[in-house]
Every structure is written in C-alpha cells, then in structure tokens.
Design a protein around this ligand. Structure first.
Ligand code: SAM
Ligand code: SF4
Length: 321
C-alpha cells in the first residue's frame, strides 16, 4: 500500500517486548522503565495476525525487535509462526546478542535470515558502562554462535553489527570496528544517535555526524546504498561498512516502514507521537487500522539534536528502533 506521499510500505517492525536484560544509557533510564504487564503484550497469535493483515496491504519484510526480543519467552516459536505467514519474504531480528548463544541455531532454523547485533564497544569495562549491566563476553559469544549458525555466510543471510556513535564515549573505537568489517563477513553499521527518550537532552557533543567514520578511515570507498544505509568498502574487505545518517541526512522520503509497539499500537513514524491501536482487532478491522496508520505517516521528521528532540513520548525500548 502507498502512504499519503506515494511511498510504498513493505516493512513492518514488531516490538515483541519492552523488557530488556540491559539498560543502555541512551535507551533506558538507570532504574529501568515500568514494563508492560504480560497481559498487555500482544500474544503470539495476535502478533501473527498483525503480520497476516499487514501482508494483505503489501508488507513483505518483518523485523522482530524489542526491548530485547530474546527476553520474550518462546520468541523462536513466534519467529516460526511469522515466517510461515504467506507473503512474508524476509524475517529479521535485532538483538543485543547477550542471550543469543544458546538459541542462535534454533533461530536460524525458525526462518530468521538476517540478524542485526547491537555492539557499541569492544572494551569490556566500557561495555558494562554503556549497557549498565551487560557483559561483553556474552555478546561476543552470541556473535560467534550466530556465525556458526550460518548468519553472515551469504548475501541472503547477513550478520550486521549496529554501532551507535556517541561523541566522547566510543568514537575512538571506529577504526577497530572498521577493522572488523575488513576481517569478517559482517556489515558494521555506524548509526547516528537520535535525540529521543533517555538521550533527548544529552549535550550537543554526544551527537556526531557519521562523517567521523570517513574522517577516521579514508580508505573507505562508497559502493552504493542498502535500505537506509550508505555502503562503503576498503581494499580486501571481507565485509562492508554502513553509515546510517538518521539525523544529519534524513531518509524520510524513502521510508517504507511502520512499527508496532509491544502493547499493540502502530506507529506511523518513529519520531511522531501519533499511534493507532490494533489491540483486540482481527481480520478486516485490523487491516483497516493498519491502513489508517499508513495514511497517517508524516512527510518527514523534524529532529535536531539539542534543538528539537523526537516528538515521540516513548523510550526506544518500547518501539524497537
Ligand atoms: N535490544 C535490541 C538491541 O539492542 O539490539 C533491540 C532493540 S534496540 C531499541 C534497537 C536498536 O536501536 C539498537 O541497535 C540500539 O542501539 C538502537 N538505539 C536505541 N536508542 C537509540 C538512539 N537514541 N539513537 C540511535 N539508535 C538507538
Ligand atoms: Fe536493551 Fe537494546 Fe535498549 Fe540496549 S538498546 S537497553 S539492549 S533495548
């Protein structure tokens, strides 16, 4: 289906829980957040019904996210159910990977083909400081298990590492992460920090343009685009580098996605307060609610770090990125 600005919507991001085993400084308050009660979460059947209705409107790709999706009990079963919906051509997941090692093979067998792992540092102490409670060794074990399960083994099943750029926190590690893309068949994606939720009022210097990556690694040569990422490669690279300029270069004109929160609300835009509830809806009523949300997509967001933070009142862990 096309939205009011002619953009074709084919991508649905499903947040399956707002719960997380980490408390990343830019995503959640130190004390955590009041979580949805289990009965407020959409059930696996309801989530699958949302996916089915979305396919009738043209959605072909689903990403399972959270909170931490692996913190939702039985999420591998949900992935199997979503992968089996007729019309779904691609099923992806974004995870912090700290609980991935034991389930990586099952996840792949369930139909998940593309995995994005969030990793903002390779320094154990810094990892603890950024995630507040996480252990780097657990995330690295998860990434190893993902490789062993076949993620990253082909163009159809890539493994991507999401690195959120934070000025004064982790930008010094950019060359180390670019090295990772040189050695391993992964796409390392440098993401500009978006001023929302916890980090909305952070000082201006935390928000750096993805240009810092090109300044630090001039050997990178642009090879094209992939979704919202500008893609780069250096000589002899096994993998590649992606820049996601969510703030400095808006990509709203190519936006093809809608999001569903863990408590069953469709967000037409990540950065708008508008939401449409789909709780308790089935069949055509559900399709109409999704279509209404698609038609409510704004032309663009108006983010500006330090000046205009995101208009969404929600923290990122409720929306899923
Ligand atoms: N817990 C999972 C994880 O961390 O991968 C999935 C949910 S998390 C909210 C999804 C993605 O959003 C992560 O890659 C995280 O780094 C990113 N993220 C969270 N807050 C952000 C912000 N303010 N700006 C940019 N990216 C953000
Ligand atoms: Fe959890 Fe992901 Fe948010 Fe970190 S970014 S607190 S891992 S939901």
């Amino acid at each position: 289906m096309r939205d009011g600005y002619g953009r074709t919507i084919r991508y649905l991001r499903l947040s399956v829980t707002d719960k997380c085993n980490c408390r990343c400084v830019y995503c959640m308050p130190a004390t955590g957040v009041p979580r949805c009660r289990h009965e407020d979460l959409l059930s696996f059947e309801e989530l699958t019904e949302v996916v089915r209705a979305a396919t009738t409107l043209g959605v072909r790709k689903v990403r399972i996210t959270g909170g931490e999706p692996l913190a939702r009990r039985g999420v591998v079963d949900l992935c199997r159910m979503v992968a089996a919906v007729p019309g779904i051509e691609e099923l992806d997941m974004t995870t912090n990977a700290t609980m991935l090692a034991p389930v990586a093979a099952d996840l792949r067998a369930s139909g998940v083909t593309r995995l994005n792992v969030s990793l903002d540092t390779l320094d154990p102490e810094r990892y603890r400081a950024v995630t507040r409670v996480g252990t780097l060794a657990d995330a690295l074990a998860g990434i190893r298990a993902a490789h062993e399960a076949g993620f990253g083994s082909s163009a159809d099943s890539p493994l991507k590492i999401n690195f959120v750029l934070m000025g004064g926190v982790n930008v010094d590690e950019v060359p180390r992460f670019v090295d990772m893309a040189q050695r391993e068949p992964v796409e390392v994606r440098f993401i500009e920090l978006m001023p929302m939720g916890e980090c909305a009022l952070w000082p201006r210097e935390r928000f750096v343009s993805a240009d810092v990556v090109l300044d630090a690694c001039p050997e990178l040569v642009r090879i094209g685009t992939g979704g919202v990422a500008e893609l780069y490669r250096g000589p002899g690279f096994a993998g590649r580098v992606g820049l996601i300029r969510a703030v400095s270069h808006r990509f709203c004109s190519a936006c093809d996605r809608i999001r569903v929160t863990a408590d069953g609300r469709v967000k037409p835009c990540l950065h708008s307060a508008a939401e449409v509830s789909v709780r308790g809806f089935r069949g055509e009523e559900l399709e109409r609610a999704l279509a209404r949300a698609i038609l409510m997509k704004p032309a663009r967001h108006e983010l500006a770090p330090g000046a205009r933070p995101s208009a969404t009142p929600r923290d990122m862990n409720e929306i899923g990125g």
